[in-house]
Design a protein around this ligand. Structure first.
Ligand code: HEC
Ligand code: HEC
Length: 373
């Protein structure tokens, strides 16, 4: 009896030990699983939407911009892309010198960022531009790659303009963006404003050598599609991904001060005119591919190439100020392939030069150049 009793006690103890062991393992496994889930969540966040936080740098944003989590990089950009480590970087702002020279550089930077405040329709210095800022297209003060950065600008000028055939100074080149992109008047280039803008651009590009190849200069040249870009499909892209900020009529969103824009217009009378670089499809498509919706980047594009081409076609088929460009081109053979106003040296019409397909035009232009030489 007694032995039996002891044996039963032993069995009971064994059972209790086993139960304790099992529950200990269960806790271990639960802990490991929790850690795995945490790691997964963190890495998903970093690769996907986490990087597309719309910059809070828009100081006077009166509405919170729409975060664009719906189109992960994988579907938009194909493979994920990286900026090489040796790509150009803007010098650190702390290296702007003190004193008068530094003040000019800082004023130049301020003018590019807030052009309308000084030179817009209600500008405090002059009223010669449409209300947009240079920075609307030359992002982050012209420091962002694939966003028309100014890195190589000053060292490459004076330069012969393929449009006029004349040698142009840097201030003449800037004046063109005033007349076309800001649909305004030629500024007085001897004044402090233009001189300050030039001082800033010079400081910005101080490390760049003449002729140096720059990664991410201007905008990306997207591969040509084998068909024309489609404004109707582009409208659907616009409605889904652009109009929340740029307005249902592309009119932009004025800031609370009614003098500047929180979101700049894409068409209409306050937008760039049809002589501007953005009016050309390759520039527009390349720009929006890596920069729009605002917060997108080369590393994290939000549009497929096709969406970028189509939305470019839609926006640039809407009304905007017109600039007479009849006498712009000294030699029409130099017109870029997406220049939408004839006459042309090749046999393609205005419509194909505006919307593509561009490859046949490119091939024809190559032949013309071969004939020339
Ligand atoms: C609507 C968009 C837009 C705005 C606004 C704009 N630009 Fe531009 N700018 C461009 C594009 C696109 C290019 C390059 C393509 C082209 O025109 O051939 C360019 C080119 C330039 C270049 C030549 C860069 C180089 O390396 O050759 C300079 C300098 C420049 N812009 C200065 C300015 C200044 C200064 C302002 C404001 C007064 C301004 N831009 C406003 C779109 C814009
Ligand atoms: C979250 C808000 C937001 C969305 C969505 C957005 N943009 Fe923009 N866009 C901006 C802001 C802000 C700027 C000006 C950037 C600056 O000044 O730093 C800008 C500038 C531009 C410019 C150059 C300036 C101009 O007005 O011509 C173009 C072109 C443009 N966006 C096109 C698009 C297109 C096309 C889409 C949709 C695919 C889009 N944007 C979606 C906020 C947005």
């Amino acid at each position: 009896m007694k032995i039996n009793y002891i044996m039963e006690r032993e069995e009971e103890k064994e059972l209790v030990r086993a139960v304790v062991k099992i529950s200990r393992y269960t806790i271990y496994i639960a802990l490991i699983a929790a850690a795995c889930i945490a790691i997964l969540v963190i890495s998903l966040f970093n690769n996907g939407t986490g990087a597309v936080v719309v910059s809070s740098a828009k100081e006077n944003a009166s509405v919170s911009p729409v975060a664009t989590s719906s189109a992960p990089a994988a579907s938009a950009g194909g493979t994920s892309r990286a900026i090489p480590a040796d790509a150009w970087k803007a010098p650190d702002e702390s290296t702007i010198p003190a004193g008068k020279a530094g003040d000019m550089i800082r004023y130049g930077k301020e003018l590019l960022a807030n052009t309308a405040r000084y030179l817009g329709p209600q500008g405090t210095v002059a009223q010669i531009t449409n209300g947009m800022n240079c920075q609307n297209c030359h992002l982050a003060g012209g420091t962002k790659l694939f966003a028309n950065d100014y890195a190589g600008f000053m060292v490459s000028y004076p330069k012969v303009s393929s449009r006029s055939g004349k040698k142009e100074s840097p201030s003449e080149r800037i004046a063109e963006c005033f007349e076309r992109s800001l649909s305004g008047k030629v500024p007085d280039t001897s004044k402090k404003e233009i001189q300050s803008i030039l001082a800033y651009m010079k400081w910005l590009g101080k490390g760049v050598k003449k002729g140096q190849k720059l990664f991410g200069n201007a905008t990306e040249k997207l591969p040509f599609m084998d068909h024309a870009a489609d404004p109707v499909k582009g409208k659907a892209v616009f409605v889904a991904k652009c109009q929340s900020c740029h307005g249902s009529n592309g009119e932009g969103m004025p800031a609370a001060d009614k003098k500047t824009y929180t979101y700049p217009p894409l068409w209409g009378k306050h937008s760039y005119n049809d002589g501007a670089g953005m009016y050309r499809l390759t520039n527009f498509a390349g720009f929006v591919k890596n920069n729009m919706p605002f917060g997108a980047s080369y590393q994290n594009p939000q549009l497929t190439d096709e969406e970028a081409w189509n939305v470019a076609a839609f926006v640039n088929s809407q009304p905007r100020p017109h600039k007479n460009q009849r006498n712009d081109w000294k030699d029409i053979r130099n017109k870029p392939l997406d220049f939408p106003f004839g006459p042309y040296a090749d046999a393609f019409g205005e419509k194909q030069h505006k919307y593509g397909p561009f490859k046949p035009i490119k091939d024809a232009q190559k032949q013309l150049i071969n004939k020339k030489s």
